[in-house]
Design a protein around this ligand. Structure first.
Ligand code: MN
Length: 292
């Protein structure tokens, strides 16, 4: 086994608002030349670094919009999000929870700060990741996996130096809470001062680490500051993360989906024809109905 080295460390860059409720750094594909194919199956990553929203009686967020062809994964670190969709589903993503929504053939949904949380306001920190679907599954039925923090399996690191929450995939024999269509590992790594964890993924998997809290060292060679994104090469398998302070790191690794990508806005398909079909189906009301 060889060491998986860092290709580059990407600074978070500027922010923009998604609706009025998410102030995000777009990291994938982003302004740093990280293409959808480069991090496939992770085709989009918006990171709402800690941001204070003042109290508001009207919850902030994003109104009704469609998705087709992929999955949206929302990880709440601070704050709460409430969602509703055209299939009648809905719920609250609380701190520590993950919502894994398979949009697949198409849903309408809306994402807002949870009502009571919004009334008080507070610090908000969230990740939204889009995981692509292979062509054969793009038109499968939509579904939701609401993963509450207590149901996410965790591996406790030696000497009480932290834990690894296994959102998807596997870590040290602990299986992920989410089911996925292609091989994906999504790990929320919480280290205490002096903590360390080792990782091993196939060389060809696209792999990265987003630092949400603290600063870390990868392979003892690279310092990665808070809010930065470390992109690994596609050579070697193993790496380590160490820290001298409390740190939280989202580690993502997945087998690339070797298919063409045709993407526009909320639709991610394989061909222009399929994209056009998505717009036509949306305009024809085939994604269902959801009240504003
Ligand atoms: Mn959405």
């Amino acid at each position: 086994m060889l060491v998986k080295t860092i290709e580059r460390v990407i600074a978070p860059g500027g922010t923009h608002f998604v609706g009025d409720g998410f102030r995000v750094h777009n990291i994938i594909p982003g302004s740093q030349g990280l293409s959808m194919q480069r991090m496939s199956p992770f085709i989009m990553l918006d990171y709402n670094s800690p941001y204070h929203f003042p109290a508001s009686d009207t919850p902030r967020g994003v109104g009704v919009h469609p998705h087709r062809g992929f999955e949206t994964v929302t990880i709440a670190y601070k704050g709460k999000v409430e969602h509703h969709d055209s299939s009648g589903g809905g719920g609250v993503i609380d701190e520590g929870d993950v919502q894994w929504m398979t949009a697949a053939s198409g849903v309408l949904h809306k994402e807002f700060h949870e009502k009571e949380w919004s009334k008080k306001g507070g610090l908000f920190q969230m990740v939204q990741l889009w995981v692509n679907l292979p062509a054969k599954d793009k038109m499968s039925r939509p579904k939701y996996q609401a993963l509450s923090n207590k149901d996410i399996g965790r591996y406790y690191l030696e000497n009480n130096t932290g834990e690894v929450e296994v959102i998807a995939g596997v870590y040290e024999g602990i299986k992920g809470a989410a089911s996925t269509f292609t091989p994906v590992h999504l790990l929320n790594v919480k280290l205490k001062q002096g903590g360390q964890a080792a990782f091993s993924f196939p060389a060809n998997y696209n792999t990265a680490a987003l630092v949400l809290e603290g600063k870390i060292r990868i392979n003892d060679t690279h310092q990665v500051p808070t809010n930065h994104f470390a992109l690994f090469t596609n050579e070697g398998e193993q790496f380590t993360i160490k820290t001298d302070e409390d740190a939280v790191v989202l580690v993502l690794s997945g087998e690339p989906i070797q298919e063409p990508i045709a993407a526009h806005g909320p639709f991610v398909m394989n061909t222009q024809q399929e994209l056009l079909q998505a717009f036509n189906d949306y305009n024809a009301g085939k994604f269902g109905y959801l009240e504003d």
